[in-house]
Ligand binder design. Structure first.
Ligand code: ZN
Length: 865
């Protein structure tokens, strides 16, 4: 490491700046070296420094590209030669022309590639505790604008436009810095925060990149796929402390099949150049081709692959935020001690500091800037070629298209999916006439996603079913789990019918610039009742809004027919009133749904809805699924109250009475031991994420008294909802007529990394209302449930179960027999109350709109007789 430091300081001595205005070095601005031990610049300082540099140099312009979830401006620095900076629109224009290649000949593309500039995007610090890159970004900008680089910056920046986002998560950067500074010098220094470092997503903010639930994702994706169209993109991260010092690509097997091979070659070229430059400068412990695979869509850099962008990832070994750590050589992981071809220079152990991370990151970032310059013309031309290959389907190029039929279970949700695809750059057409494709009839108005399009890999990967390759540790050995999801198919997650069409067909199509929701005529305000179909997620949003206004609402027990339209069982019957007739039309418009008018509901079998007050448990373990649950509830406009450990405990002699304030209490997916005690059991897979001491106010769980309070809540008529792993709390503490069917099943007998599995649903029962007969459930460390005939005061109803066979819909599943025919969602009654066990991720990352209703129905359970 010493060698590296000397070399970096040598850059300062050897290279002379030609700039006339003095630019302030970040060290001088901050009053300490960037990355000094126990020193962090917060987001305010980072913004101020970038603004200062902007005012001091013509080579940098700081733009605001959006707003964070909690309202901070998101900044991006554009850095290039002075001449390029006055022509930015021309160069982004060239990038766009090279993507939209239909009217472009190879000769024209060649000329454009010569005239154009390589656009390189560097995104930092999406994971807020992985904070080094947010600090490094200031120094990188300074080195580039002052030319204090290992290369001739004047020449290089004439070829390259650098887009530098110092943090993709400004809220989190600030939270982590504040938390770190608060506990500096105490025994909690460098420890984890008790809440998510992104308001909704925490670490999962890097799982949102095709769904765009988060405003930060939207802001950066707009730069990537709409406004700037870079050809190279790197996202800078950190990983654990005891392995390699740095991972950079090439990525490990398997590759996602749809990604253009040109992307992998470009990734390898840039990655190997980075490794070479790091080695040249004495940086030890750099590895590639390990841990991080080429299979997945959803992370910031990975999603770039599907857009024909050379998408790269860097993962530095972490320190404790800004606190140095000493790693004894014996503590290094076994696989990072010996030399390997992909790891030829092991790090021997010793002290490891934030400044080390900054220096590795500066070196790899500068290397990438240089590579982008060296291959500028190539990168631009190959981007054109890859986009062109997307348009020109080769002879074997199946599928031809995907069709989203006009008739859908939940049409507004289908439109929402199309809007999401459109934002990701997918071209969408609408049929202007009826047509037949692969032997099936589709009416005019059906949507067609032709595979002939520049971002074909992206469109295909999201619309088709994944088949994860059967990869074993050795022939016949245990399966090797994927890095993240094995399956993610968006139409399955969102409950949208979508057909893969293999053969070419002809139809008159209209290309849609944007997806518009239909406009409905508002219902007659003199109607006695209104009916909202339970199949539409939007109906639930309208109902929650009306319940705030004390509207009288019922749920039908069967399907209801009105003027030839058949609404599903569980549809909402709303009594008209002066407030309903005023509130309803704007709500229908907001959620894009139609209400039917009814004069009399006396013959309809129904049950009233009482006002539901929902509590959602939030542990001090930064539980991402809890965050996504809030994200989904906020998105649908559903009110709830957050509950903490203390809310489950009484004061002195007074026991807590949860039923006084709540009708429904929801526990998101979380380890049952963490919920109860604040700690996972040592054998749990969660245990490895659990270390360090917390300040006492964040220690512990709901404890025994919390469990007792929950039991009382259910006995008195409350509804307890447990999602995925939280179901264990019920299995362990409540002695229900249900248990975990997979508890003792070995991995060799059953294996299912996050995948979409088929569920058959009883939609005549309240928790199944509005769902189709068959849904795709996201299985992610999920359950099959054993139920048994009850005794005493228990009863149970199976709402959804896995079918007998052919259970996998998208992803990877071994040993389906272990779950065949077994329930996944159970509605259990105990005394006056209920426990709803939802053994899948029904609101997975606020993506699986198709199974939201399992939870929504639990929140709107009609009164029983
Ligand atoms: Zn990360």
């Amino acid at each position: 490491m010493k060698k590296a430091k000397i070399l970096l300081s040598a850059f300062f001595l050897l290279i002379f700046t030609l700039s006339l205005v003095a630019q302030t070095p970040p060290d001088e601005f901050l009053g300490h070296q960037v990355g000094a031990d126990r020193k962090l610049a917060d987001y305010t300082q980072i913004q101020e420094y970038f603004q200062k540099l902007d005012s001091e140099s013509e080579k940098i312009k700081v733009l605001t590209i959006g707003e964070s979830t909690l309202g901070k401006p998101m900044i991006m620095a554009v850095i290039s030669s002075e001449e390029n900076m006055t022509n930015l629109e021309k160069y982004t224009g060239i990038s766009k022309k090279l993507r939209d290649t239909r009217d472009l000949s190879p000769e024209e593309a060649k000329i454009l590639s010569q005239q154009g500039k390589a656009i390189l995007m560097i995104t930092c610090n999406i994971h807020a505790t992985e904070i080094a890159s947010s600090q490094m970004a200031m120094e990188l900008a300074y080195l580039l604008v002052t030319g204090k680089t290992p290369f001739d910056a004047q020449k290089i920046l004439n070829d390259v436009i650098v887009l530098l986002v110092p943090t993709t998560n400004p809220d989190g950067q600030q939270m982590v810095t504040d938390w770190y500074k608060k506990y500096l010098g105490t025994k909690y220094e460098g420890g984890r925060m008790p809440w998510l470092y992104h308001h909704y997503a925490g670490h999962d903010n890097n799982r949102d990149w095709f769904m765009f639930n988060l405003s930060e994702t939207k802001a950066v994706a707009k730069v990537l796929y709409h406004d700037w169209i870079p050809q190279v993109h790197i996202d800078e991260h950190q990983m654990g402390s005891t392995g390699a010092r740095l991972f950079i690509p090439p990525f490990m097997n398997p590759p996602t099949p749809t990604v253009h091979p040109g992307v992998w070659r470009g990734v390898a070229l840039c990655g190997v150049n980075m490794a070479y430059d790091l080695q040249k400068n004495g940086f030890e412990g750099v590895v590639y081709d390990r841990s991080f695979t080429g299979w997945w869509i959803g992370a910031c850099d990975d999603t770039s692959w599907f857009h024909n962008v050379i998408g790269l990832l860097s993962e530095m070994a972490s320190v404790q935020v800004a606190t140095p750590i000493y790693i004894d050589p014996s503590e290094l992981s076994d696989s990072y001690v010996e030399k390997h071809m992909e790891f030829p220079d092991p790090w021997p152990g010793g002290w490891w500091r934030l400044r080390d991370l900054v220096e590795y990151e500066l070196t790899l970032s500068l290397s990438l800037v240089e590579t982008a310059s060296l291959h500028k013309e190539d990168f631009l031309f190959n981007f054109y070629k890859m986009c062109k290959d997307g348009i020109e389907i080769r002879p074997k190029g199946k599928p031809f298209a995907f069709v989203i039929p006009k008739k859908q279970h939940d049409y507004p949700t289908a439109l929402r999916m199309l809007k999401i695809l459109r934002f990701g750059g997918v071209e969408i057409h609408q049929a202007k006439e009826d047509f037949i494709a692969d032997g099936k009839f589709y009416p005019a108005g059906s949507f067609v996603v032709l595979m002939s399009q520049p971002y074909r890999p992206y469109a295909q990967s999201l619309l088709e079913k994944q088949q994860y390759p059967d990869i074993r540790q050795y022939p016949g050995g245990p399966p090797v789990p994927p890095y993240d999801n094995a399956g993610w198919t968006l139409p399955l997650q969102m409950g949208v019918d979508c057909d893969r069409i293999n053969h070419a067909f002809e139809v008159n199509l209209e290309k849609l610039d944007s997806i518009e929701y239909p406009q409905f005529v508002p219902p007659d305000d003199s109607a006695a009742y209104y009916l909202l179909d339970s199949r539409l997620n939007g109906s639930y949003s309208v109902v929650f809004a009306l319940m705030k206004e004390e509207a009288e609402i019922y749920r039908s027990k069967d399907s209801v027919e009105v003027d030839g339209f058949k609404a599903a069982a569980g549809s909402f019957l709303i009594k008209n009133s002066s407030s309903v007739s005023k509130s309803l039309p704007p709500l229908l418009q907001k959620w894009h749904i139609k209400a039917l008018e009814l004069e009399d509901i006396s013959t309809i079998e129904k049950a009233p809805l009482k006002k539901f007050r929902t509590g959602l448990y939030q542990s001090w373990h930064a539980n991402m699924d809890e965050g996504w649950t809030r994200c989904m509830l906020d998105d649908l406009g559903i009110p709830f109250t957050t509950l903490h450990n203390k809310d489950f405990k009484g004061e002195k002699d007074k026991k807590v009475n949860l039923g006084e304030k709540f009708d429904v209490i929801v526990f998101a997916d979380e380890n049952a031991d963490i919920i109860k005690t604040g700690k996972p059991s040592p054998s749990s897979p969660y245990a490895r994420y659990f270390s360090g001491t917390m300040p006492p106010e964040y220690e512990g769980g709901i404890e025994k008294e919390g469990v007792e309070a929950l039991k009382k809540f259910v006995e008195d008529g409350g509804i307890l909802v447990t999602l995925n792993n939280a179901c264990e709390l019920v299995f362990k503490e409540f002695t229900p007529p249900a248990s975990n069917a997979l508890e003792r099943v070995e991995r060799s007998k059953f294996f299912c990394p996050t995948s979409l599995l088929k569920l058959e649903v009883d939609n005549t029962t309240p928790i199944g209302y509005g769902l189709p007969n068959e849904v795709a459930g996201m299985f992610s460390r999920s359950f099959a449930i054993n139920t048994r005939p009850p005794s005493g005061e228990w009863d149970r109803h199976v709402v959804a179960h896995y079918p007998k066979e052919d259970i996998l819909m998208s992803g990877w599943l071994l040993g389906e027999d272990a779950i065949a025919r077994k329930p996944a969602v159970v509605d259990a009654t105990y005394k006056k109350g209920r426990i709803i066990l939802i053994g899948i991720r029904c609101q997975h990352r606020a993506q699986s709109h198709g199974t939201y209703k399992f939870l929504l129905n639990a929140l709107l359970y009609p009164e029983t007789d």
